[in-house]
Design a binder for this molecule. Structure first.
Ligand SMILES: Cc1cc2nc3c(=O)[nH]c(=O)nc-3n(C[C@H](O)[C@H](O)[C@H](O)COP(=O)(O)OP(=O)(O)OC[C@H]3O[C@@H](n4cnc5c(N)ncnc54)[C@H](O)[C@@H]3O)c2cc1C
Length: 453
């Protein structure tokens, strides 16, 4: 979608072809028949540093539907809260990276020793280090930097591993360092957290009119099954289950496993085997979400990080999306054991744990519940993964690759997807000799962080 809209704006006549009956892919919402409610397939958060995603939202006119916050509440079982976030005293703030220091130093959920060890680790990750070992796992790095058990469990495992959706020994250090710099150090703006105030698919409702208005088209329920290159006409023939399409250029913006399925149906080309081997090195991690409707308010918080339990994040959708009823969404990431539980056991565990943070759950009546297991939610950023992420340039003529898994430097996120789309659109523009600029640069580090970059 990001590539299509940028190219359409630059005057290309784009045909956007989607297998499903709706746009949005892994970041979409739908009417769940079990609860008769429109739910997101999972809460999706973004951050101020997601410049390409925000640029895409701006392009299609929905940037104002994102609710931004600078605060993150951490809750311990028993209900004690610590708020992490940037410091403000009227108009006064502290320069980055100190903007978050006061709340971090006051956080009751971390001991003094945890804070010292975290401070040391953040100091080590402050500078983008070209010599950083991309083959070292975060778990090994944390051991080497003598992180306390509290820091590992209540920060690295919970905040960083769940943001990257993998266990600590399956995360490459540069990705963790990137998250630390962007979310906690570079600037308050980069680390501010955004959540959609409307169901995810409503965010993209403007994509089709945006494209149609510019002479482009959107074909839904149209799975691509193969493509053939015509050397004489320099055109691609795209074979879908329903129609055949001709095109001068193609951007394949598929998840890695869908790209892999398509490879045997693309022309034989030097380099295709290497791409196949790169794809084989990718693996998926699951994310589960439990959607609960209660007969009364459980908490007035909009969202919270839940410590020491399997459920990690609570989003109060009644507040965030202004929905009727008392609708909470719980997210469990970076764990394969929860995803393997049978439905009833998973729901009971989520409810039991939620009651430890919010005692009102015990008196409340649960009116309805939905469990969504996304087994192939995100790709892992294991040590060494960068060499398995291809660039936008494919082995085929006039065909470009996009999707969150291609080489963007970002983990599996909407930002990586939007970035890859913009990179592919720019590569296509170059090839077509109609260069366009849509790739949004990173936010500049602020305050003292300017000297560390
Ligand atoms: C449960 C869950 C929680 C997540 N949480 C977050 C979060 O909080 N923040 C965040 O930034 N990211 C999050 N992500 C990751 C984010 O959703 C993805 O990184 C992003 O949506 C990837 O976009 P994409 O366009 O690369 O791929 P996709 O969204 O997978 O889009 C690919 C599209 O290609 C279509 N397609 C596949 N095969 C074909 C074919 N043969 N022909 C035509 N079309 C085809 C698919 O139907 C799909 O629409 C989460 C993902 C999940 C699943």
């Amino acid at each position: 979608m990001s590539a299509a809209c940028a190219l359409a704006e630059a005057g290309f006549r784009v045909q956007l072809v989607e297998r499903r009956g709706y746009l949005g892919g892994r970041a979409s919402s739908y009417l769940h028949p079990g609860v008769n409610e429109v739910i997101d397939n999972c809460q999706h958060v973004l951050f101020g540093c997601c410049t390409n995603l925000i640029g895409f939202y701006r392009r299609i006119g929905v940037a104002d539907r994102i609710h931004w916050t600078h605060e993150m509440t951490m809750i311990e079982p028993g209900g004690r809260c610590s708020a992490l976030g940037s410091f403000h005293l009227g108009p006064f703030t502290l320069p980055a990276p100190l903007h978050g220091a006061p709340s971090f130093l006051c956080a009751k959920s971390l001991t003094f020793a945890d804070k010292i060890s975290l401070g040391r680790a953040m100091r080590a990750m402050m500078k983008p280090d070209p010599l950083i070992d991309t083959h070292e796992s975060l778990a090994a790095w944390l051991r080497r930097h003598k992180q306390t058990e509290g820091a590992v469990n209540r920060f690295w495992r919970l905040v960083i591993a769940s943001a990257l959706n993998a266990e600590l020994d399956s995360i490459a250090v540069p990705y963790a360092a990137k998250v630390i710099r962007e979310l906690f150090l570079n600037s308050a703006e980069a680390g501010s957290m955004g959540m959609s105030t409307v169901p995810l698919s409503e965010l993209y409702a403007g994509v089709t009119p945006f494209l149609v208005k510019r002479g482009c088209s959107v074909l839904l329920n149209t799975p691509v099954e193969g493509a053939a290159w015509n050397e004489e006409t320099s055109q691609w023939l795209i074979c879908t289950r329903t129609v055949e399409l001709l095109s001068d250029y193609v951007i394949l913006a598929l998840p890695f496993e869908a790209t892999q399925k398509l490879l045997p149906h693309l022309p034989a080309e030097e380099g295709a085997e290497r791409l196949a081997r790169q794809i084989e090195r990718h693996e998926h991690w699951p994310i589960c979400s439990v959607h609960l409707w209660f007969d009364r308010e459980i908490t007035s918080l909009e969202h919270a990080v839940l410590l020491d339990r399997e459920i990690h994040w609570m989003y109060n959708q009644s507040k965030l999306q202004g929905r009727g009823g008392n609708y909470l969404e719980l997210v469990v990431s970076a764990t394969r054991s929860f995803a393997a539980l049978p439905r009833e056991a998973a729901i009971q565990q989520a409810l039991r744990e939620l009651a430890e943070f919010f005692p009102r759950v015990k008196e409340a009546k649960l009116e309805k519940v939905a469990l969504v297991k996304e087994v192939n939610a995100t790709f892992g950023v294991a040590p060494g993964i960068d060499s398995a992420r291809p660039t936008a340039l494919s082995p085929w003529p006039n065909l470009f690759l996009a999707g969150d898994w291609v080489q963007t430097g970002w983990p599996s996120t909407m930002e990586s997807a939007a970035r890859s789309g913009h990179l592919a659109a720019e590569a296509l523009g170059m090839e077509a000799e109609e260069p366009l600029k849509c790739y949004e640069r990173d936010l500049k580090p602020q305050g003292l962080m300017r000297f560390f970059n």
